[in-house]
Design a protein around this ligand. Structure first.
Ligand code: ADP
Length: 444
């Protein structure tokens, strides 16, 4: 108030002075011509008008600057200069605030973008007002081009459209998206005046592992139930029927076979669980390849009982080669491949097991058989748990359907690779490639 009074008085004083000086000059001139009053008043009016015009021009200059206030304000004297200075300061402060807000918004949006979950904002008429990159990916939308589009014109999954229209968003919904390749869990929350927040989450992997877990439990139960049913049938027979000694021995032999089958299954399951639950094998614990080969050869001979030609080849130069990792796991992986070769090769066939160290330092353990072979269509699924090409042959020969799954896990844990090549009716070759860092030649 004080300030405005100062401005008011100085401007009034300036105009009074200008009018007075002009009036006096006019009166003085007019007195010589005989019209002192008329010329005095006219000169005072002209002086005041000139001051007002000059003042208005300064105002215009200020208005002109306000059209593009990003340059410095004009340097004006007096009130207009002060107005320009203050306006400039207010605008600069506002601009700084806007920049700060923009930066905060940018950080907030970056945080949303960093989340693997998707966020989409819809207006009251279900048009997209903002969409995060993850949400755009989930729904198959374009984060810029699809803005301001009605979401139901673009996302046509019936479950989503119905849920959005329903208005009861208490529970999330799950539906297949992107042509059934992904499974989305979508939660909608209403806010403001009819606005909606759509949160999406890709649960494809979770669903897949849930299904795998369910299948696994069902498979294990099935595998255990079969020998159990047979065993309880035999027990009932033993309890209720008077058997001869020969019959009793036969029944007990069959019971032993079933019990063995269950035992093998349980030990394979335990092996898998142990492999999955233990840390990555050490790379400084070494075991000799020739010792492994010897043990595998003994097991294979016992299993084959001279029905096959078995060749185990480790070149003399390779006798000092050692492998790093868990010896029991290597033994199990290699043993499983050799046992498969024996079991899936008819009598009279041949099996060759070899170890070579490649020029690049990698180790190559391979098992080649002249057995029944495998159709190409089965090859990609061979290492899945309980996957069998011929279920009855596998079971008849004591297979659990877990052997190759164990091999794959062991090889992967040791950073290696399992390769399979096979032709139906001609035989198969299974190869384990061991990374060079896990192969060495023992010194001395
Ligand atoms: P199983 O206990 O049934 O042998 P595996 O996981 O070891 O289980 O093998 C999976 C399936 O792969 C087997 O059921 C069999 O059909 C096929 N298979 C594995 N090795 C061979 C082989 N050397 N020759 C032919 N088929 C094989």
């Amino acid at each position: 108030m004080e300030l405005s009074n100062t401005w008011l008085w100085s401007r009034v004083t300036a105009r009074v002075l200008t009018g007075s000086v002009g009036g006096y000059a006019g009166w003085w001139l007019g007195a010589r011509m005989g019209y002192p009053v008329l010329t005095g008043l006219s000169a005072a009016a002209v002086a005041l008008l000139s001051v007002t015009v000059l003042d208005t021009l300064k105002g215009y200059q200020l208005m002109d600057w306000l059209r593009t206030p990003d340059v410095d304000p004009p340097k004006l004297p007096g009130l207009w200069g002060e107005v320009a200075h203050r306006t400039h300061r207010v605008l600069r402060d506002r601009e700084r605030e806007i920049l700060n807000e923009r930066e905060r918004l940018g950080q907030f949006l970056s945080a949303i973008e960093a989340s693997p979950n998707g966020v989409m904002l819809l207006d009251a008429t279900e048009h997209i007002t903002w969409i995060s990159t993850a949400a755009a990916l989930h729904f198959g939308l374009h984060p810029v081009r699809d803005l301001a589009q009605r979401v139901t014109n673009l996302v046509r999954a019936p479950a989503f459209v119905q849920h959005l229209a329903h208005g009861d968003y208490a529970e999330p919904i799950t539906f297949a998206s992107q042509g059934g390749h992904t499974t989305l869990s979508v939660t909608i929350r209403a806010y403001g005046e009819g606005l909606k927040l759509v949160l999406s989450q890709d649960i494809t992997e979770r669903e897949r592992s849930d299904t795998m877990r369910r299948d696994f439990v069902a498979n294990v139960s099935h595998e255990i139930r079969t020998p159990l049913t047979v065993l309880s049938g035999f027990i009932e027979t033993l309890v209720n029927l008077p058997l001869t000694d020969v019959e009793r021995v036969r029944v007990l032999t069959l019971m032993t076979q079933q019990a063995d089958r269950m035992q093998t299954l349980v030990s394979d399951l335990l092996m898998l669980a142990q492999i999955e639950g233990s840390p990555r094998p050490a790379s400084d614990t070494w075991c000799r390849v020739s010792a492994l080969m010897e043990r595998i050869a003994n097991d294979a001979r016992g299993l084959s009982r001279d029905r096959h030609t078995l060749v185990f080849s480790v070149a003399p130069a390779e006798r000092l080669v050692e492998l790093a990792g868990v010896e029991g796991e290597w033994l199990s992986a290699m043993g499983n491949l050799v046992s498969n070769a024996v079991r899936y090769t008819p009598e009279g066939g041949s099996i060759t097991v070899s170890w070579v160290t490649c020029p690049d330092g990698r180790g190559e353990f391979s098992v080649r058989d002249s057995g029944i072979g495998i159709d190409a269509e089965h090859l990609p699924r061979l290492t899945e748990r309980f996957y069998r090409v011929d279920g009855s042959r596998s079971r008849d020969t004591g297979g659990t359907g877990l052997g190759l799954s164990i091999v794959k896990h062991v090889v992967q844990r040791h950073g290696g690779e399992l390769r399979v090549s096979s032709e139906k009716g001609k035989g198969s070759t299974f190869t384990i490639l061991v990374p060079s860092m896990r192969v060495r030649v023992r010194q001395g």
